[in-house]
Structure formats: C-alpha cells, structure tokens
Design a protein around this ligand. Structure first.
Ligand SMILES: Nc1ncnc2c1ncn2[C@@H]1O[C@H](COP(=O)(O)OP(=O)(O)O)[C@@H](O)[C@H]1O
Ligand SMILES: [Mg+2]
Length: 343
C-alpha cells in the first residue's frame, strides 16, 4: 500500500527551481532515502511534505488524503508527520523531559511517564530527563529529537540529515539505533542525506536527487549496480567507466572482453565496473596494466593503474594492503561479474 505519493511536485525560490517535477511513491512501513549533493533540493522536499512550505505545483497525497494541491494545504500540525532536523533543534532552555513533552496534550504525570518510556525506546538513560540539551552529547541530542518526534505517534517520520553532525563511529551506531526504533514502531520513514553509504545501508528504496529532480529511484542494489548515467554512478561510489564496443552480450574494452548486463545492446557504449569487481595480481591471466601511483592508507592502498595500448586509459582503486606494489610494477587485472551498460 502506498502511504505517501508525490506527483509533479515543484517549488521555486526566485530564479532557483529547488524542486523541478518530483514524483515519488513511498510504501507503508518502508524506508526511503533521498540522497543528493548539497543544494539539490532535499530539505525543500521534506519541508513541503511536513507542511512548513507550500508547493508551486504538483500534489502531496498521504494515507488517502490530499495534503497539498492547487486548491489548498493541510496545516503541518494536522498531518501526523514527524520531523527530525540536522541539528535536532531542541529547545535549549527546557529540560529533556520538557522537550519530549512539548506540544503533547496530556496531564503532567502522563507526559512524564510517556517521556520516560520514549527514553527507553531510543536507548537513553531516564536519568537524563532532568538535564538540559547542552548537558548531552550530539548523538544523545539526536536521540532526544527522535523521541520528541515519536511522542506524537506520527505515521510518517522525516529525517533531515540527522546524523551528519556526528563523527563516524557514533554516526553508524546512532543510525542503527534509530533504524531499529523506527522499524520496531512500524513507522514509515523518509531519510534525507548527502552520504551515499548511509542511504544504501538505511533504505529499501533510494531516490538519487540532482538539481531538483530524481535522476533515479530504485532499490539500493539497483541504483548502485545499474545506475542510469555516469554521474549517478560516481555519486553512489567509486566507478570505473570504460569506453566499449558491444556485440553478442560482450563488451570489447580496455580491460578485455567482458560480459555485460544488457544483452540487447550493440555497438559503442560506456560501461561501468565497481572496484570490488576488480582483482589485481602480480602474474597470471587478464588485461595487463602498470601501477603509476601508490598511496598507503592503512588497511587499504589507493593505487592508480594505467592500461596498456593507445589512449593510455587509467583508473584508481582501493586495494587491500596485504600485497605490496611499487610504482612501475606490471600487473594483471581480473574482472568478476558483468559490466553495467549505461542507457
Ligand atoms: N528559503 C529559501 N529562499 C531562497 N532560496 C532557497 C530557500 N530554501 C532553499 N533555497 C535554495 O533552493 C535550493 C535547494 O535547497 P535545499 O532544499 O536546502 O537543498 P539541500 O537540502 O539538498 O541542501 C538551493 O539552491 C537553495 O539555495
Ligand atoms: Mg538540506
């Protein structure tokens, strides 16, 4: 069942088309990630869904109800949609308990009990309820912001880069905790992020956004393995893009003859491999290349490999550091799986 449906949604700020015809279906109980570079329109999209801003065109339908169209708007507080912003936006002068209870219509005792329950849910010690936000770490504040949004029992949760202010380890742990809470509560979630790994790990549907539009919407595997174009490919991770000539389901490329994922294609095309498909050996089968640059990074070594022949095509690769290569070393390059052909 579709819970949220966005159709031809658009929003301009002066000359800037922040949203330029966005379509999206979000299934009930699912997790969707919207990923794109800074300024591409992610926050604008969430603000329209939350009801903080009005679209210039298009419609927002939610749970069988029209929230926004040419005839009007359902106000934000009547939408049943929760939102957690980048910096949490807790009220600094209120305690954690007061922050969570803010806007909750209930007696004080009921509010306090609910706040305590929500603290358990987001994995925070109830003893923190009497503290002020500045007495909590960044990750703890984000969990409180989530608890506050959960207090209103939303049917949809909007998360706007909620982990971006946290450092790497804490970020992964907080993301996992938040995911578990939302899944346990069965709340449909829309996460906005500029971090592709976060989007791929979090979601069952990923929408890749660029300049106010969705370049591609699909499962994490689909968008990663079968991106629509080289820009989308590069945004989602390291991509080795090669010129090729395709015939009979195989591509003639600088890395040799490779099977492709689109058997119907013929003629010249661009193909893509992900780095995990590439193995580098001192000797053996495969295309030959030369190591031209090496940058040791601990567990992995970042190398640049030039392929022989005219045109001198080169690509970079993060390799496990268990083997030591030196600039000038001749290597063999093996490829696993199929190459993706861009449309
Ligand atoms: N209130 C506003 N007034 C003018 N321009 C805005 C406003 N909000 C956003 N924009 C512009 O719209 C574009 C999209 O912004 P935003 O949705 O915040 O991007 P993102 O969240 O992806 O970084 C940007 O070019 C931004 O400068
Ligand atoms: Mg933003």
């Amino acid at each position: 069942m579709t819970l949220l449906q966005l159709t031809s949604l658009s929003k301009r700020y002066g000359a800037v088309a922040a949203l330029d015809g966005v379509n999206l279906s979000v299934a009930a109980g699912s997790r969707t990630a919207i990923v794109g570079p800074s300024g591409c329109g992610k926050t604008t999209l969430l603000r329209l869904v939350a009801g903080f801003d009005e679209p210039d065109g298009g419609t927002i339908a939610f749970d069988g109800e029209m929230l926004a169209d040419a005839s009007g708007q359902v106000p934000a507080h009547k939408r049943g949609i929760g939102i957690v912003a980048q910096d949490g936006c807790l009220f600094p002068h209120l305690t954690i308990a007061q922050n969570i209870g803010f806007g909750m219509e209930a007696e004080r005792r009921v509010k306090e009990a609910k706040a305590a329950e929500l603290m358990d849910m987001v994995g925070l010690d109830r003893a923190m309820l009497s503290r002020k936000p500045d007495q909590l770490s960044g990750g703890q504040q984000q969990r409180v912001a989530l608890a506050r949004a959960l207090a209103r029992s939303p049917r949809l949760m909007l998360l706007d880069e909620p982990f971006s202010a946290l450092d790497t380890g804490l970020r992964t742990a907080t993301r996992k905790a938040v995911t578990e809470v939302l899944t346990a509560a069965g709340i449909t979630t829309l996460l906005v992020t500029h971090d592709q790994a976060e989007a791929l790990a979090f979601a069952d549907q990923v929408a890749v956004m660029r300049a106010g539009r969705f370049a591609q919407v699909g499962s994490p595997r689909e968008v990663y393995s079968r991106p629509v174009d080289p820009v989308t490919a590069a945004f989602l991770g390291e991509a080795i893009v090669l010129p090729a000539t395709i015939a009979g389901g195989r591509a003639e490329s600088p890395l040799g003859l490779l099977p492709v994922d689109d058997a119907s294609r013929q003629g010249r095309a661009e193909i893509m491999l992900r780095p995990e498909q590439i193995s580098v050996f001192q000797t053996g089968e495969g295309a030959s290349g030369t190591i031209t640059e090496i940058n040791f990074c601990g567990p992995t070594t970042d190398v640049r490999i030039a392929l022989g022949g005219e045109g001198a095509f080169s690509f970079r690769l993060d390799m496990p550091s268990r083997e030591t290569f030196l600039p000038g070393d001749r290597v063999r390059i093996g490829v696993t799986g199929t190459a993706h052909v861009f449309r």
